[in-house]
Design a protein around this ligand. Sequence first.
Ligand code: GDP
Length: 409
Amino acid sequence: MPGTTRDRVYGESEWVGRTFNVVDTGGLVLAPEDDDAFTPHIREQALMAMDEADVIVFMVDGSEGLTAADEEVAELLRRTDKPVVLAVNKTENEERRLNAAEFYALGLGEPIEISALHGMGTGDLLDAVVAYFPPGRLDAFDEEEDDSVRIAIVGRPNVGKSSLLNRILGQERSIVSEVPGTTRDAIDTRITYYGRPMTLIDTAGIRRRGRIERGIEKYSVLRSMRAIDRAHVALLVIDATEGVTAQDAHVAGYILDAYKSVIVVVNKWDLIEKDTYTMLEYEQRIRAALNFMDYVPLIFVSAKTGQRVTKILDLALAVYEERFKRIPTGEFNRLLTEAQARHAPPSEGRRKLRIKYGTQAEVDPPTFVLFMNHPDLMHFSYARYLENQIRERYTFLGTPLRFRYRGSD
Ligand code: GDP
């Protein structure tokens, strides 16, 4: 993924025809603000991830043998009603494989010996994981049947997601219905906006429903991810008084990795002391903190005063239109020819990259297929150049573009 060097805590995977998200709970604690309370925080994040997962993989270190810490975690895991798969890592050699048997003592079933380093045993591990999946789709939400513009409202607790939603709904009279949790993670509100059906996917809503006690809600990256997965456009809400945090950047990264469109909504703008340059400076700061998102629109709002709140849905609709925009093939090929004439593609010795033709194969997200003589010569910097050329002419506001390279003689 070009331009994204941040740490990864999640990934989408596929095995025997099932797709699923994998989350590394260790990775969820990378936020620097958590440094002082490191251990309790790991525990909390792990507990939360466990609570939201369909299957838990408990990974132990086969080179160290069974430790007291393993037993502690196992104790916790035995009390969940979730399926647990026990993976013993670092079992590269025979001796360690023999030792792996001692992990039976954890009472979590058969230990699966793996080596993450060598990729050994991972097939068995995946088989064991997938075996616990519920049959068919994991998500009852049927996107194929739904023709609404789906907008997810995500962000850390207390940034004002609920207040914003209430404001939006208060100003929009034609609410059709509130669809009670199509998943257990979010509450969907159906509205009609200028004749367009829209679904607002609200991750804060479950707290209002009392599922999680007020005040103790913890930021759930997983919950945000699932809302984002179902959306066309994500509204990433940021608190103007706090700015972009590491967790905001994680979620922003996930939005783009999932090729979802995004708008950064800077809320609580009423609390900021302003002069002529404040908004511009603020915008630059936020763009720097999310430096891989320069095509993303920002909007400064106040859920409290209502300032610019009506603009949010207008902007979301505009971004949605961009997501479904199609560039005619003739035009696109002229752009490719001109771009290559202005700035020659990379070469290696006598091999010169030449992009012969291209086409926008899909919308939602916009996906471009490029046919070229030597796909291996396609460098990140040239891909970035081409993307900029496309955006210069067609913008694709707030929307990540996907490229596929095909070899052809
Ligand atoms: P959520 O956890 O993201 O849903 O956040 P809430 O909507 O519950 O808001 C958290 C707190 O911030 C509440 O006390 C709100 O009254 C306050 N708040 C929300 N939006 C604004 C805003 O635009 N300006 C100010 N001053 N306060 C706000």
